[in-house]
Ligand binder design. Sequence first.
Ligand SMILES: O=C(O)c1ccccc1NCC(=O)[C@H](O)[C@H](O)COP(=O)(O)O
Length: 199
Amino acid sequence: MFVKVCGLSTPESVREAVDAGADAVGFVLTASPRVVSPSQVSTLLADVPEGVIAIGVFRHEPVADAIAIARAAGLEWLQLHADLTPQDVTTVHDAGMKLIRAVTMAATADAFANWGEEMLLIDAAVPGSGEAWDYASMVDVTALQDRKWLLAGGLNPDTVAHATAASGAWGVDVSSGVEVSRGVKDLAKIRAFVKAAKG
Ligand SMILES: O=C(O)c1ccccc1NCC(=O)[C@H](O)[C@H](O)COP(=O)(O)O
């Protein structure tokens, strides 16, 4: 099970996620209680070893702006929460970067199709809100079979195992469910989440 821990903003939380066995860490570079600056990300990357994917998270920014900001931060992966087109995926790849394309659970069938992105993220209506949804509604979506897709939205250490079993997700992404308050990560919850997700 691929595990991404998102919304990290301190060296301690990055180290905890990495040490617990997270496969990816996310840095929010858009308006959010979890926002970090590109220069903060550059510093935090010192605690991300090779083999762990570091991802810049954006919402509604033009794709070219997200690419420029991520590049300034030293990131090679983008997570874009926006109304994208297949051409946007090509734009990211032409920039030499990799993409997690985020859609909501209410997306149309076309949005679940494979546009060539490295991973698809299926999230609640409002990203980073901690809002859970009916994860089992994804289990019969044929476009997701054999795909690298991440489940997100309201997951926590107590729910993640059941949620992945119910949805058939390839991986998971969490932020609110490993926090003590909005934007403040709880190190013990990070560890517990990764352990529960990986079984
Ligand atoms: O975290 C935010 O505030 C945020 C703002 C704008 C775009 C994306 C954002 N976060 C993305 C994530 O943290 C995860 O991909 C996911 O939405 C986590 O959801 P949850 O575990 O429900 O907080």
